[in-house]
Design a protein. Structure first.
Lengths: 115, 114
């Protein structure tokens, strides 16, 4: 069982609101990731981090921002939510070791609905 | 274009039956291939991981195969149970970057009926 947590699990919010999706892991992993997943579609990487004070944009353009002030914490923020942001957001982390063995462990996800 | 294609898109089987899910990929250079199980409303959970030199890996009733020459993988589920109902995602890792980028398939939605 992976020790990676996301809150809230579900969020319904109005257009224009600022929201922060929380993600934390207790495995001491250096790498963390945010994915966006629409129903029936593949996961798309939107942000990742190699470690503290390191953040990079992923493959899918996103209006969200992330920060990595502590190893265990990787929050994602939307300054002004829009209906197009409605999706499931999955946080993941991975550790060190041979690249072939760096399994990504996923959190339970946050389902976001913007009205 | 998605570099990982899975089939079938969805599958319904009766409890106790076996099934095989397919994954074809074009990702290159190849590092490893993973199968994940994703229950509805949950995050994916890793089932197996195979590198270039491995062609079979088992995890309980799940057996994954890999043919790196034809760039195909399969996930065989034996004696299915109701709890096997989930989306099964094939994920290929390239070795062309420090991050080791992951390419995700869209998944096969498996439903097991009693």
């Amino acid at each position: 069982e992976a020790d990676i947590y996301q809150t809230p699990r579900y969020l319904v919010i109005g257009t224009g609101k600022k929201i922060t999706l929380e993600c934390s892991q207790t495995m001491g992993h250096d790498k963390m990731y945010w994915y966006q997943q629409d129903p029936g579609m593949e996961l798309h990487l939107i942000h990742y981090s190699y470690g503290v004070n390191s953040t990079e944009k992923g493959d899918l353009s996103s209006e969200s921002t992330v920060s990595r002030i502590r190893t265990e914490h990787f929050p994602l923020t939307l300054e002004s939510a829009r209906p197009s942001h409605t999706s499931q957001y999955l946080c993941a982390s991975s550790g060190t070791g041979p690249k072939s063995q760096r399994t990504q462990y996923f959190g339970p996800g946050t389902r976001l609905l913007v009205l | 274009k998605n570099q990982v294609e899975q089939s079938p898109q969805s599958l319904i089987i009766l409890e106790g039956k076996n099934c095989t899910l397919q994954c074809n990929y074009t990702v290159s250079p190849f590092s490893n291939l993973r199968w994940y199980k994703q229950d509805t409303g949950r995050g994916p959970v890793s089932l197996t991981i195979m590198t270039f030199s491995e062609n079979t890996k088992s995890n309980g009733r799940y057996t994954a195969t890999l043919d790196a020459d034809t760039k195909q993988s399969s996930l065989h589920i034996t004696a299915s149970q109701l709890s096997d109902s989930a989306s099964y995602i094939c994920v290929v890792n390239d070795r062309g970057s420090t991050l080791g980028r992951l390419y995700f398939g869209r998944g096969t939605q498996l439903t097991v009926w009693p």
